[in-house]
Structure formats: C-alpha cells, structure tokens
Ligand binder design. Structure first.
Ligand code: ZN
Length: 268
C-alpha cells in the first residue's frame, strides 16, 4: 500500500519573524525588551570575564525544556520520546556554543486523545488569535504546573508535538508571549527524509527566548529550512548569544569554586 502523499514542506514561516513586523505595538515592546536584555546580557558577560580573572569559573547557564507529545483522536501517540531525543540533543549542542545547556525536565506523552484543532493547529498570527480567544485550552490544561512551581526566571519552555500545522509551517512560536512552542511530528520521523529536521525545535526555542529571524542561511534563525537538501545551519552570533543568556527562561550559571590558582590560596 502506498504511503500517503503529502506536499513538501518549505519550513517554518512563523510569527516571531513575520507578524512582529505587522504589529507595531508588539514590535516596540519587543525592541524595548531586547534592549533591556542586551544590557543585562552584556553585564553578565562582564561578570563572567571577572570570574576568569579571579580564578573562578562560571558554569553554563541552563534552559529547562519540557516536551509534551500529543495523541491523536484514536489515542495513538504522534511520536516517541526516543524520536524527539536527537532534536533535544541538537538543541543542547547548538546552545552550548553560547554557554547555555539544555536540561530536559520531562518528555511526557498525553494519552488523552487531543481534539483535532489541537492536533492540527493554525500558525502564526492565527495561532496567536486562537490563544487570545482561548482555543488553545487543551495545551494550557496540560501545560498547567502546580502553583508552588510557578516561577518567572528559569521557567521551562514546553515543546508541544502536534500532528500537522496549517500551511507550510512545521514549527511555530508566539515569541516571548508564550512559554510553549509547537512542532509537528514528521520533523522527528527519521524515516521521512523529506520532513526530518533537527533544527526546527531549537529554532523555535530561539524565538521563545526572544530571537528574531536572521538572513544568513547558516544561522539558526534563518526563517526556512527544507529537508533533506536545504536545511538551515545552526550558527549563532555573539549578540544572539547575549539575547539568549539574558532571557528570563535562562538560569545563569553558578560559580564553580576550587578551580584555578586563586582557589588554592584559600587552602590550609
Ligand atoms: Zn522562525
């Protein structure tokens, strides 16, 4: 029996890079936030340098990531934790280049059948509208965390694995407006080279952490990615690293004492 034919995906065209330019108020707010983030990011980089001079070392910052895999109307999970793992590993590898490690707090499969609109969501501005109108209730219910665990700084970003996002979009983020992003299941299917793309998960995390698109195809934030031949790169510029480091989702690295010559002075 022939496999179902689906049109080739041209990669994500998502909110943070597109709608942000359409909504002036949002853009202004984002620009202000980015400026504030940059300032504290630069300050933090200065602090890291001082640590090096002082013989202390600051460990990598931490981004906590949770994955929620939805199940279809028949109760079949859309993918497996093992299939998502290479994209999580890729996120860790890419973000470590700018001093951030990815700590996966959980990869959960929601066995309750999801409603079709949650499985096949709209994208970009339509998704934002759906969120405002309360149509993302199924996500929100499963994103709920106990009150004692609610934090602003260091709050995890949740990747929701859905079945099929409308149009040519394969992943979507509401930018800093939401602590969750969506990615469609075929991205994680290694048996489908026309769809498999490890860059999308970390690209969407980038948007959730306030990164806009970048025009260099070798950059992680290049808007589109077309497997198998034209997959975007995973480069990040220093300024992008500073924006990421300063984001509220990223827990600063802790100082590791006992490293370097100055530490030995305190022994005896
Ligand atoms: Zn994007």
């Amino acid at each position: 029996m022939a496999a179902p034919v689906t049109p080739p995906r041209r990669g994500p065209l998502d909110l943070a890079g597109r709608a942000a330019f359409g909504a002036v108020r949002t853009l202004t707010r984002t620009a202000t936030a980015a400026a504030a983030d940059l300032t504290s990011g630069v300050a933090r980089l200065g602090e890291a340098a001082a640590d090096l001079v002082g013989g202390e070392r600051t460990g990598p910052a931490t981004l906590r990531v949770r994955v929620l895999i939805l199940s279809d109307e028949g109760g079949t999970a859309l993918t497996t934790p093992a299939a998502v793992q290479p994209s999580l590993d890729r996120a860790d590898e890419v973000l470590r280049e700018v001093g951030i490690r990815v700590r996966v707090t959980a990869v959960d499969t929601i066995t309750e059948p999801a409603p079709t609109p949650a499985l096949d969501p709209r994208a970009n501005r339509a998704l934002l509208l759906d969120d405002v109108l309360g149509r993302t209730e199924f996500y929100r219910r499963h994103l709920a965390v106990p009150a004692k665990e609610i934090t602003l700084v260091g709050a995890p970003v949740t990747v929701i694995v859905v079945r099929d996002i409308a149009g040519f979009t394969t992943g979507c983020s509401l930018g800093i407006n939401a602590d969750w992003v969506i990615a469609q299941a075929p991205l994680f299917d290694a048996g489908r080279p026309d769809a498999y793309d490890e860059t999308v998960l970390v690209h969407e995390l980038g948007h959730a952490l306030n990164l806009p698109h970048h025009r260099d195809v070798q950059n992680l934030m290049f808007p589109s990615s077309s497997p198998p031949d034209r997959v975007r790169g995973s480069d990040l510029r220093p300024w992008q690293g500073a924006v990421l480091q300063a984001n509220r989702h990223v827990l600063p690295g802790v100082r590791e004492s006992g490293v370097g010559p100055s530490a030995s002075r305190h022994e005896e």
